[in-house]
Design a protein around this ligand. Structure first.
Ligand code: C5P
Length: 248
């Protein structure tokens, strides 16, 4: 089913309407650009607007907590500034501080046992098919969900000088993307525990794993790329163009 066909389905199809925390308070230094990467142009809008439009046009998403940098001067200039389904809060030093701030804002309006999604602003190609997969898998999970894909290349473990130590069993390895889905209270507690113990947190799942949870991987599209380097913008533009053509 195409995104368009799925979007025409109603909210009633889903057991729960999801709030999404979208961390967008980073700088994106590797883009070597004049502004944070979430505000770079992509297919006629900014990366951030593309991401938010993908999320808010899905019938299973009720709203977004958008986490912006303290000194963000770009958001006010976007078309979505008047969108009532977007709540704004401020970011922190690292990504997981920003996510934690977003969760705290959400805890003011929804119960802690509700499932919530976290999705990077820098992944504008998230498809409605992938959102459907996560939403439909949620009632079957206990510990949460991580969108991802099995690795296809041979994986090498190396030392600090990139000399190969061993070849890993790739049948046990997946790439982890966002969105990731966890219960609001459990994720907030897990991120806080990692913060208190000064543990590195690269994604929400890693904080949950530290606290003894075993989230479920859900296979998603490899088109859900993260904008990291300048060439990623060209690739994202091609992906969004292909999606738009499929919907015509
Ligand atoms: O830099 P990276 O691509 O890992 O960032 C992933 C997401 O986290 C981006 O959407 C970025 O804006 C966000 N972020 C944040 N607060 C930070 C650092 C990153 O919200 N302090």
């Amino acid at each position: 089913m195409t995104d368009k066909a799925r979007s025409s389905t109603s909210t009633e199809q889903f057991q729960q309407a999801f709030w999404v925390v979208v961390p967008a308070a980073g700088v994106g230094e590797r883009m070597l650009a004049d502004r944070p990467k979430q505000y770079l142009p992509l297919a006629g809008k900014s990366v951030l607007e593309q991401t938010l439009n993908r999320l808010l046009s899905h019938p299973g998403i009720i709203g977004v907590v958008l986490v912006l940098a303290e000194d963000d001067s770009y958001w006010e200039q976007t078309e979505l500034v008047t969108e009532k389904r977007i709540l704004i809060t401020r970011g922190g030093e690292q990504r997981f501080h920003s996510v934690l701030n977003g969760l705290k804002r959400l805890a003011e309006i929804i119960p802690k046992q509700d499932w919530v999604m976290v999705h990077d602003a820098a992944r504008p190609c998230i498809s409605h098919d992938d959102l459907n997969s996560l939403i439909l898998a949620t009632p079957k999970t206990k510990d949460g969900l991580v969108l991802g894909a099995p690795v296809r290349d041979t994986m090498k473990q190396v030392d600090s000088s990139a000399q190969v130590l061993s070849t890993l069993d790739r049948s046990c390895l997946w790439h982890a993307f966002t969105p990731q889905v966890f219960r609001l209270g459990e994720l907030e507690a897990a991120l806080t525990a990692c913060l208190d113990k000064n543990l590195p947190v690269t994604d929400e799942a890693s904080a949950m794993e530290y606290c003894g949870y075993h989230p479920q991987m859900v296979q998603g599209s490899e088109h859900n790329i993260k904008i990291t380097r300048p060439k990623d913008l060209c690739l994202a533009e091609m992906i969004l163009k292909t999606v738009a053509e499929e919907q015509e």
